[in-house]
Design a protein around this ligand. Structure first.
Ligand SMILES: [Fe+2]
Ligand SMILES: [Fe+2]
Length: 292
């Protein structure tokens, strides 16, 4: 959109999972930036085409970007280089031990605000979109999830702090339970949060809406990764693991068809209100030789 309007379009992509996830996100962003929507390589592209042509800011969850678990320095650098301006974490963000060596310099990465205090990383960051500021938070759910601090207690003070700087607040709510996600969305809306986007289940829901004429909400935006899989992992291995209750190692799918899932949110950045939310689904096939 023009730099002279306060309306900005933000594309948020769900958990980037492994190589196929990184590749499909790279290609989607390339298509958007080059307005190459008729590319023959696209198998499916469901999106609001009027909006996707004018993306002002790219953001994605990256907790599974490296082999399905965590984020290496190389993958962090690559995701920034392809044009993702903000990256959010999740319960897996610290899984690759090398993250401890670079996380304090990773300026585009936002880690869960209610994760245990001893873990390093920025827990709140402000990003510039033309003349406006966007505060980005990652929050972990507490139902059917590893134990974390109470976001109910942490966030009200944090919202006050943020509002002194900007009315635009985007939260990646990384959680398992649908009820907790819906409840959190309504609660955050009462505090004037602009946007609550669910992640973690890797399955896109169809319940996007604007709450209280203010807050863009969806229970889960879905994921970016291998389409023919069990939330990114190999079906045979998942089946064995789940049916036999054995501690089989998860194995990520590395070839075939990839899906990128996300939402586009239109903000009025002067007021901090979300105006519109629409889902995106992009599917592309990868030959083996493309996977390096
Ligand atoms: Fe995930
Ligand atoms: Fe997760």
């Amino acid at each position: 959109m023009s730099q002279y309007t306060s309306y900005k379009n933000i594309l948020f992509l769900g958990d980037i999972t492994g190589r196929l996830g990184r590749y499909v996100v790279r290609d989607l962003i390339d298509i958007i930036k080059n307005q190459n929507f008729n590319s023959k390589e696209i198998l499916e592209f469901e999106v609001d085409f009027n909006t996707v042509k004018n993306i002002d800011f790219f953001i994605a969850n990256c907790e599974n970007a490296s082999g399905g678990f965590g984020l290496t320095k190389k993958n962090y650098d690559d995701l920034c280089a392809i044009g993702i301006q903000a990256l959010t974490g999740g319960n897996h963000i610290w899984d690759k031990s090398e993250i401890f060596s670079y996380i304090n310099e990773a300026k585009n990465l936002v880690c869960p605000i209610n994760a245990p205090n001893n873990l390093p990383g920025f827990r709140l960051r402000y990003f510039d979109i033309d003349n406006y500021k966007l505060a980005v938070l990652s929050v972990l759910g507490r139902t059917f999830m590893p134990p974390v601090n109470s976001f109910w207690e942490i966030l009200p003070l944090k919202f006050e702090e943020i509002k002194l700087i900007t009315p635009n607040i985007l939260i990646d709510f990384h959680a398992e339970a649908t009820a907790e996600k819906i409840c959190f969305g309504k609660w955050a809306s009462e505090f004037g949060v602009s946007c609550v986007l669910g992640t973690h289940t890797h399955v896109q829901t169809a319940d996007e809406e604007i709450l209280n004429n203010k807050t863009a909400y969806i229970t889960d935006v879905g994921f970016c990764g291998p389409k023919n899989s069990v939330i990114g992992m190999d079906y045979e291995v998942s089946c064995k693991r789940l049916s036999l209750n054995l501690p089989t190692r998860n194995s990520i799918v590395k070839k075939g068809i990839a899906i990128a899932s996300g939402v586009i949110v239109t903000f009025d950045m002067l007021s901090g209100c979300a105006i519109k939310i629409s889902r995106l689904k992009f599917i592309k096939k990868y030959n083996n030789e493309e996977i390096i």
